[in-house]
Design a protein around this ligand. Structure first.
Ligand code: NAP
Length: 351
């Protein structure tokens, strides 16, 4: 592409996912932050006054001084990243798409719309074609739930090679997955909360669409896989850890599973997209890895780490997967979706 970057607007810019977008996009080679949107509480204020900046990197002056806008489709930027609260995302994202904007969203609202791709670029890049069936002047592309993304990245190469029949997953999910300030400290310190509203349903349904086949204007869900999920909130800041048991149509060897993981590459790696991890899945042979504190930032937070692969008494195998929930599972995953859109030519006419 030429030297001109694509201007992007961030909706929900003051929230945790919104802040992560801003942190990750600062030096992006293709995209530049041009506009920020949030609720009426924040609109009209300087960004620095509207948000409680909790990212590790300092807030850049040019972003700090931007005036936050209301989330109405009068933005100049035609590419929109959405980290909107799900109570408002449905209507606002639809309004933007109808008005000609490309909305790449983290919110759950449009994930199961018939013509909206639920994308993990390494897994189902071909689903992007659904955009062409959308009634909008622009378009909507969604990210799966943060726990689903880590799990499906680890399962995709195994499903392709050995066909998965059953999955049992138990999650230990980080606090940042619930937004800021999230669960009160008095509730989570010295504790585990064995309930995250809506999360188990998302983990049990989203993989069926992501692993489904592209049909005419819709995805033909992979309904042959049985999935059971149990989700827990733990006192970790970033990084969802999941224990997974899996059964296949025919049982592979341990080495075949490890080979499938370490050789796994998808469209983002072939296209050499800026946010693509070199290897989407990293295998650890050490008996005590992966761990959130040690592996969550691997490949800039965009890779999933797997380990503790062993035979299981109930299913064929069990293992652990870890992924960064606000990077791979939210803002970073959304940016990778937008990069794929750009690389496939869908953004050619919006600059
Ligand atoms: P959050 O910290 O609560 O931020 C919500 C954002 O939505 C804020 O910018 C807020 O603006 C804005 N907002 C609220 N009401 C609004 C309204 N009426 N009009 C316009 N904007 C409004 O939430 P979050 O954790 O960043 O999550 C954002 C979305 O991403 C959610 O749908 C969530 O489910 C999803 N998600 C989160 C994660 C994660 O790891 N955190 C992962 C995957 C997906 P104000 O500051 O002005 O109120």
């Amino acid at each position: 592409m030429g030297s001109e970057k694509i201007k992007v607007g961030v909706l929900g810019a003051t929230g945790s996912v919104g802040q992560k977008f801003i942190e990750l996009l600062v030096d992006h080679p293709w995209f530049e932050i041009a506009e920020l949107g949030a609720s009426e509480r924040s609109a009209g204020k300087k960004y620095v006054d509207a948000t409680n900046w909790i990212m590790k990197s300092p807030l850049h002056n040019n972003v700090a001084d931007m005036i936050v806008k209301a989330c109405v489709p009068n933005f100049e930027s035609k590419l929109i990243f959405s980290g909107l609260d799900s109570s408002v995302a449905e209507e606002i994202e639809t309004d933007f798409a109808n008005a000609g904007y490309f909305v790449i969203s983290n919110s759950r609202n449009h994930r199961f719309d018939k013509d909206v791709p639920l994308m993990i670029p390494e897994v189902n890049a071909d689903h992007l074609k659904l955009i062409e069936s959308q009634p909008y002047k622009g378009g909507i592309v969604t990210n799966p739930n943060c726990s689903t993304i880590g799990m499906v990245l680890a399962l995709k190469p195994l499903h392709d090679a050995f066909k998965i029949k059953k999955i049992n997953v138990v999650t230990m999910q980080a606090l940042s997955g619930g937004g800021y300030p999230g669960v009160p400290s008095m509730d989570i310190l010295d504790n585990v909360i064995p309930f995250i509203d809506g999360e188990e349903e998302k983990m049990e349904t989203e993989p069926r669409k992501i692993l489904g086949k592209l049909g005419a204007g819709e995805i033909l869900f992979d309904n042959d896989i049985q999935i059971s999920a149990q989700c827990n909130r733990v006192a970790v800041i970033d990084g969802h850890l999941e224990t997974i048991q899996v059964e296949f149509e025919s049982k592979p060897s341990k080495d075949e599973i490890i080979d499938a993981w370490i050789n796994f590459k998808g469209e983002p790696q072939k296209l050499n997209l800026p946010f693509a991890p070199k290897n989407p899945v990293h295998y650890f042979a050490e008996p005590n890895l992966p761990q959130p504190k040690l592996q969550r930032d691997l490949e800039n937070g965009m890779a999933a780490s797997v380990g503790r692969l062993r035979e299981d008494a109930l299913f064929h195998y069990k293992f652990i997967v870890l992924s960064h929930n606000t990077i791979r599972g939210a803002a970073g995953g959304t940016i990778l979706n937008a990069e794929l859109l750009k690389a496939k030519g869908y953004l050619d006419n919006i600059v």
